[in-house]
Ligand binder design. Structure first.
Ligand code: BYC
Length: 482
């Protein structure tokens, strides 16, 4: 199991964990598989299940050669169980077990805590597929349609990754949790997904791109933190998942960038200088920049909620237990125990937003969130470069962390995107300046018409600079007629 670079595709479930010799887990996964396929068919991409899609499949966990491109029907995708190669003699990098050999089995005392982390991670993966299931019907091109499906099948595989951990290491409770992951559904009033942002709708393609920029990036940061885990199978699983997460953010960042480019080009051609002349810009069949900013405000603020509360005993406990580390823990230079350290956190004190030093262990969610915010600014910088290249005066900005929050201290106040506290009445009056309004939604919905001819793109988005797998511009990424 240790150094397997290539994947065994012989059995029903491709894997590099020697499932063939692990009959208990193999049978458990085989029992779970039909329910998974039912879920995929019922809750996965609507309308394209029988189509051939040009997808990338992992065939090795070697970083240089792990992907193979070919036409596949999505329900026949090789989901599989893939872990990054084991690092020989890996030591736990943080927490009270720092320096001990990484655990190959679940430490009994941390069983419940570890299971909770794995279940929450697992719950987000199918949730995002559910949220995106109608988007195929309004795809702006075959290129984008294929990228959506690539993201979807990989989220499906990430669910497999968490289910494997549950079934291999958590016995009967793990099997129950694996079933429940298929029973909760995004937005279901009775059995919703566990975290707020995963019960929101992804109604249009701008939302999809923003989701992959901001919410998948939460995935990246959380996976980086779990990749540090003292529980080695979780660490190895997350390390492999991270290789796929990067592509999801690429889809989002370049998706928004292509929308911004199309808008700026159309504005310049029509001689429109004022980015806020929304009516004139919309008449060109493109999305005005202020509306794009409002979508970014919405998805950024929803994603901040995924980092939990400002002060969290859960986060402190899972760090102390060496289960969940910090972003790139192994690159940080401190004692990796944080027993006496402090960390500055923005808090609400007597109705004002102030920075306070708190015990570093309790502030770990915020530390991860700060790393996240820094990482997000690379996305908005990319869009701003596109705007300035076209000579348009406009700047995308990430809103303040107190803006539009539902989790944590700022959920009890209203703030504008600059972090000024507003009264409830003022918020109600100005809300549509900051977040997509009904009329913005109706306008965007009106643009969402499918463009499924090879090489063609909807009016509101520019073509990509290069094709997937270096394919030419008119490549048939999804065989619609076949
Ligand atoms: N919604 O102590 P606190 C991804 C709950 S995304 C609802 O601050 P903690 C992906 C919390 O559960 C990455 N409830 O929480 C992206 C707790 O409840 P209990 C997913 C929330 O535990 C795109 C209570 O409030 N992975 O991979 O420190 C596509 C107290 O809160 C929320 C992970 O998140 C919320 N937003 O932090 C596909 C990693 N926030 O237990 C995939 C695993 C908090 O008291 N999860 N609560 O009943 C964790 O590390 C932590 O659970 C959280 C929350 C960071 C999420």
């Amino acid at each position: 199991m240790n150094d397997i670079g290539n994947v065994d595709y012989e059995g029903l479930i491709p894997n590099n964990v020697d499932l063939a010799h692990d009959t208990r887990v193999k049978h458990a996964l085989e029992r779970w598989h039909p329910g998974y396929l039912d879920w995929w068919n019922d809750m996965g991409p609507e309308g394209f299940q029988e189509k051939l899609v040009y997808l990338r499949t992992a065939v090795s966990v070697d970083p240089k050669g792990w992907a193979k491109f070919d036409y596949v029907r999505m329900p026949e995708y090789k989901w599989g169980i893939l872990l990054a190669p084991q690092v020989e003699e890996r030591k736990i990098p943080f927490g009270s077990h720092k320096g001990e050999p990484a655990w190959q089995d679940v430490p009994g005392e941390y069983r419940a805590m570890l299971r909770r982390l794995i279940v929450i991670q697992g719950d987000t993966e199918p949730a995002s597929v559910e949220q995106q299931r109608h988007l195929g019907n309004t795809a702006p091109s075959l290129y984008d349609l294929r990228n959506l499906f690539q993201v979807n099948v990989e989220e499906g595989r990430h669910l497999w990754a968490m289910v494997y951990l549950l079934q291999k290491y958590f016995g009967a409770d793990g099997r129950e949790e694996a079933e429940a992951l298929l029973q909760r559904h995004s937005g279901d009033p009775d059995m919703p997904r566990m975290l707020g942002a995963f019960n929101e709708k992804t109604p249009d393609w701008l939302s999809f791109f923003m989701f992959t920029v901001f919410t998948d990036r939460d995935g990246k940061l959380q996976l980086e933190a779990l990749a540090q885990s003292g529980f080695d199978p979780l660490s190895r699983t997350c390390r492999f998942m991270l290789t796929e997460e990067a592509h999801h953010m690429f889809v989002g960042e370049t998706g928004v960038q292509r929308i911004v480019e199309k808008t700026c080009t159309a504005m310049k051609e029509a001689g429109i200088e004022d980015a806020y002349d929304i009516e004139a810009v919309r008449k060109l069949g493109v999305i005005d920049l202020p509306t794009i900013q409002k979508k970014a405000n919405l998805h950024f603020s929803l994603s901040l909620d995924l980092f939990g509360n400002e002060i969290s005993t859960n986060a402190a406990n899972s760090f102390h237990a060496s289960l969940k580390g910090r972003f790139r823990e192994d690159k940080l230079e401190d004692d990796h125990a944080l027993e006496s350290a402090t960390y500055p956190v923005l808090r609400l004190v007597d109705g004002a937003i102030v920075k306070q030093e708190v015990p570093a262990l309790s502030g770990l969610n915020m530390r991860l969130r700060d790393d996240y915010v820094r990482d997000c600014s690379s996305g908005s910088a990319r869009w701003n470069r596109a705007v300035s290249k076209h000579g348009v005066e406009f700047e995308f900005k990430l809103p303040h962390v107190a803006f539009n929050r539902r989790i944590g201290e700022f959920s009890s106040i209203k703030a504008d995107p600059s972090g000024n506290i507003l009264s409830e009445a003022e918020w109600q009056k100005r809300r549509d300046e900051f977040l997509p309004s009904d009329s913005d939604r109706i306008f965007i919905e009106g643009l969402m018409r499918p463009e499924l001819r090879p090489g063609k793109f909807a009016s509101w988005i520019a073509p990509p600079k290069v094709g997937i797998d270096n394919k030419p511009g008119d490549f048939e990424y999804v065989k619609i007629a076949g």
